[in-house]
Design a protein around this ligand. Structure first.
Ligand SMILES: NC(=O)c1ccc[n+]([C@@H]2O[C@H](COP(=O)([O-])OP(=O)(O)OC[C@H]3O[C@@H](n4cnc5c(N)ncnc54)[C@H](OP(=O)(O)O)[C@@H]3O)[C@@H](O)[C@H]2O)c1
Length: 302
C-alpha cells in the first residue's frame, strides 16, 4: 500500500511517499481503509526523534495518530464492528497511509464529514483530560495558553460549557475567533501577568498551557506563586517549574469520542478546518504544522 514513510529520524527530507506492507489486524484491532488522517504537531516531533522515549519508533515508520475511514478487516475477537462500518479514532499504526490498524475507534456520525471527525480524537481527549486533571468547576476562571490552536480551542469550548470564565492567549488575528468561542482573548508576550489581572481581577483558578511557549513562570505568578492547578501539554521544561506535563490518555477514550462527536454534530463544538492534502502533500502539511501558526486542522486524505 502507499504511505508516507521515513527510515531514520530527521527533518522533512527524511519523508517520502513509498510502498509498505498492508498491516494485518491483531486481536482487538480493526483495519481501516483510511479516508482521512489528522495532522498533529507531535507527528513532526516523533519524526525528528525528540519523542523516542514516549513514542518508540520502528523503521520504516509511518506518521499519523488520528484516523477516520471504513473498516475493511477485523482482528480476532472484534464483535463491535463489521466490515464496511465508518469509524474514527486513534490509529495504532501510522494513518498517513491507505490502511491503518486501530483499537480505540467509534462509529462516525453520518452528519459529520471525514475531515470533521478526524480533527476530534487528539484535541478532544487531551482537553477533556486536562480539564479533569485541573478539576475545573463552574464559576472558576481558567487561563489557556495557545487557545486558538486545535487543542486549545476545544479546551476553551469544553471549559465554557463547564461554566468557567476563560481567558485565552493567541495572536491578535485570532481574537475574534476566541470571542466567538466565549473566551476573553489576550495577546501572548510582554506584560501578560498585568494584562491578565486587568481582565480577571477575581484571580486565576487554573491554567491550561496548550502552547508550550514559555508561559509557565507567568502562570505560576498568576496562581499566587504556586504550580498547583497548572497543567501543560507542550512545555518540555515543565519539571523545572514543578508543573505536571500531561502526556497520555488517563481513561478509555471511546466514550469521550462519542460524546464529543455528538457535540460536533449538534454544532455545540467547533473545530476549524485549515486545509486538506492528498497523501503526496503530507510533507507540506507537516511543514505548515511545524510553523506553529496554522488556523485549524490540517487533514490528509489518502
Ligand atoms: N501532551 C499531549 O497530550 C498533547 C496532545 C495534543 C497536542 N499537544 C501539543 O499541544 C500543542 C498544541 O497542539 P495543536 O494541535 O493545538 O497545535 P496547533 O493547532 O498548531 O496550534 C498551535 C497554536 O499555538 C499558538 N501559539 C503559537 N505561539 C504561541 C505563544 N507564544 N503563546 C500562545 N499561543 C501560541 C498559535 O496561535 P497563533 O497563530 O494565534 O499564534 C496556534 O494557534 C502542540 O505543542 C502539541 O504537540 C500535546
Amino acid at each position: 500500500m502507499e504511505a508516507i514513510v521515513y527510515d531514520r529520524f530527521g527533518g522533512l527530507d527524511v519523508l517520502s511517499l513509498g510502498e509498505v506492507d498492508k498491516p494485518e489486524p491483531g486481536p482487538g484491532q480493526v483495519r481501516v481503509k483510511v479516508a482521512a488522517a489528522g495532522v498533529n504537531p507531535v507527528d513532526y516531533r516523533i519524526r525528528n526523534g525528540w519523542m523516542r522515549h514516549a513514542f518508540p519508533v520502528t523503521f520504516p515508520a509511518v506518521p499519523g495518530l488520528e484516523v477516520a475511514g471504513v473498516v475493511d478487516a477485523l482482528g480476532e475477537g472484534v464483535t463491535r464492528f463489521a466490515v464496511g462500518d465508518e469509524v474514527f479514532g486513534h490509529a495504532d499504526t501510522g494513518a498517513y497511509a491507505e490502511y491503518a490498524l486501530a483499537t480505540h475507534v467509534v462509529p462516525k456520525p453520518a452528519a459529520l464529514s471525514w475531515e470533521q471527525v478526524v480533527a476530534l480524537p487528539v484535541a478532544g481527549e487531551t482537553s477533556e483530560r486536562v480539564l479533569t486533571q485541573l478539576e475545573l468547576a463552574a464559576g472558576e476562571t481558567l487561563l489557556i495558553h495557545g487557545a486558538a490552536g486545535v487543542v486549545g480551542s476545544v479546551g476553551v469550548q469544553l471549559a465554557v460549557a463547564r461554566g468557567a470564565t476563560v481567558i485565552g492567549t493567541a495572536s491578535p488575528d485570532n481574537h475574534a475567533f476566541l470571542r466567538e468561542l466565549g473566551a476573553i482573548p489576550l495577546a501572548y508576550g510582554e506584560n501578560l501577568v498585568e494584562r491578565v489581572r486587568e481582565v480577571a481581577p477575581q484571580g486565576i483558578d487554573a491554567v491550561y498551557d496548550a502552547a508550550g511557549k514559555g508561559a509557565l513562570p507567568d502562570s505560576i505568578e498568576l496562581r499566587g506563586g504556586t504550580a498547583s492547578r497548572i497543567v501543560t501539554i507542550a512545555d518540555t521544561n515543565a519539571a523545572e517549574f514543578g508543573v505536571p506535563f500531561s502526556g497520555e490518555a488517563t481513561a478509555v477514550p471511546e466514550p469521550i469520542y462519542e460524546a464529543q462527536a455528538r457535540l460536533l454534530a449538534e454544532g455545540r463544538l467547533r473545530i476549524r478546518h485549515a486545509e486538506t492534502f492528498p497523501l503526496a502533500g503530507a510533507v507540506k502539511a507537516l511543514e505548515l504544522s511545524e510553523g506553529g501558526h496554522t488556523r485549524g486542522k490540517l487533514v490528509i486524505t489518502p
